[in-house]
Design a protein around this ligand. Structure first.
Ligand code: ADP
Ligand code: MG
Length: 384
């Protein structure tokens, strides 16, 4: 939905136009999965799908929230009553951002918000980060807080971890806040240093398809926690702060030291090889060899499926079908157990590939997948 439409609806709801309109995108992670809580590397890019929010300040300690995409009217909250994990509704995301800003000592005295988002929810494309970042950026501008993008991302992560109660890493919020059009973001989650890596698919005659399996990652929370705890156990057993500290060329030696801890061995192997795959992808893109990243993506999928064990039949079917139909590479993306897969392909093969995946899903009696092209797009910004 465009800025003007969102502003008009804001005026209908609150009786006057907004002070401004902001946008923040969802993201796809090109490579670097489950590395972000191991102090490792990730490489997301922003989607054209985004959350758009019209916002005005208030000075009476009240936060009013409305989403075009959720049934129900305006929700009114008192800022001094905001408390972590007291809200199970969608409003916890924007309220959590306000809470995190205030808790960090920033003076936010209230806001009226109306938003609308084109980021599919629960598809592994980070609709939640889009929602958080659009609110954070709007308040940063309106209240003249002067916070840098990476800092806004940190506060949004805190909102999601502490206020909403979802244990996520820093990638999603940083991607939404910091990505640039035509680029992927090479992010070191240890020190948050970042580099924009040119990733202009169209110029090279390539396309990246996102296949949303429409399987929701409903039970993924507990599994995510288990993987995370397993990685921490691996780091502790190996005497390092985080698995990031195990060098790729020291992997075999490290695994040997883990003895018969089979599950930990698999998790450690995924994380260490995945960091190496991110570095390899960066090097290939820098060298202009975009097609060569295909097999790296596919290797990443095998590692997530066999070692990290977070794939599912639908995601595996996308990858196997796409590769058999001529894709350059494919892998699941996001937290796992559903959500989306990405497929790198020659532009000329897109229709054949899409059809092959749809037919395979129909034959397996799976839900009809949603397939779209992802163009690396702009990060969060003010629209008006
Ligand atoms: P993901 O981030 O992968 O899409 P999450 O479970 O982390 O999935 O976040 C989805 C949640 O974010 C939704 O259940 C809802 O609470 C909130 N959300 C996302 N987009 C919107 C929106 N447009 N309006 C209201 N709430 C939204
Ligand atoms: Mg999310």
């Amino acid at each position: 939905m465009g800025a003007q439409q969102v502003a008009e609806r804001f005026a209908e709801l609150y009786g006057a136009g907004p002070e401004g309109v902001w946008a923040a995108p969802g993201r796809v992670n090109l490579i670097g999965e489950h590395t972000d809580y191991n102090d490792g590397f990730v490489m997301p890019f922003a989607l054209p799908h985004q959350a758009v929010a019209a916002v005005s300040r208030r000075d009476d300690g009240v936060l009013r929230l409305h989403s075009e995409d959720v049934e129900g009217g305006v929700v009114e909250l008192r800022l001094d009553a905001l408390a972590p994990q007291t809200d199970r509704e969608w409003t916890a995301y924007p309220a959590g951002v306000v809470w995190a800003l205030r808790e960090a000592g920033h003076e936010v005295t209230g806001a009226d918000v109306h938003l609308s988002s084109t980021v599919p929810t629960g598809a592994g494309l980070s609709s939640s980060a889009a929602l958080e970042v659009v609110i954070a950026l709007a308040l940063n501008d309106l209240y003249d807080l002067g916070l840098q993008r990476w800092k806004l991302a940190r506060l949004c992560q805190r909102a999601e971890n502490v206020y909403v109660g979802a244990p996520t890493g820093i990638m999603d919020q940083t991607a939404s806040a910091c990505c640039e059009q035509g680029h992927a973001l090479f992010l070191d989650t240890r020190d948050l240093s970042q580099q924009q890596i040119p990733f202009d698919l169209v110029a090279e005659g390539l396309r990246l398809l996102v296949v949303d399996t429409r399987v929701k990652h409903a039970h993924s929370g507990g599994e995510y926690g288990k993987r995370r705890a397993g990685c921490e156990k691996g780091a502790a057993l190996l005497g390092v702060d985080a698995l990031r500290d195990i060098p790729y060329d020291g992997l075999d030696a490290a695994l040997a030291r883990l003895g018969d801890e089979e599950e930990v061995i698999r998790l450690v192997r995924h994380v260490v090889t995945e960091d190496e795959r991110v570095e390899r992808t960066v090097a290939l893109l820098r060298a202009g060899d975009t097609r060569a990243i295909g097999p790296v993506l596919t290797e990443g999928h095998a590692s997530l499926r066999d070692d990290f064990r977070i794939s599912c039949p639908e995601l595996d079917l996308v990858v196997d079908t796409a590769l058999a139909a001529g894709a350059l590479g494919a892998r699941m993306t996001g937290g796992g157990f559903g959500g989306s897969a990405i497929v790198l392909a020659e532009a000329a093969d897109v229709d054949t590939l899409t059809k092959a995946v749809e037919e395979a899903f129909a034959a397996a009696d799976f839900k009809t997948p949603r397939v779209f092209e992802a163009v690396p797009s702009a990060g969060a910004r003010r629209l008006s």
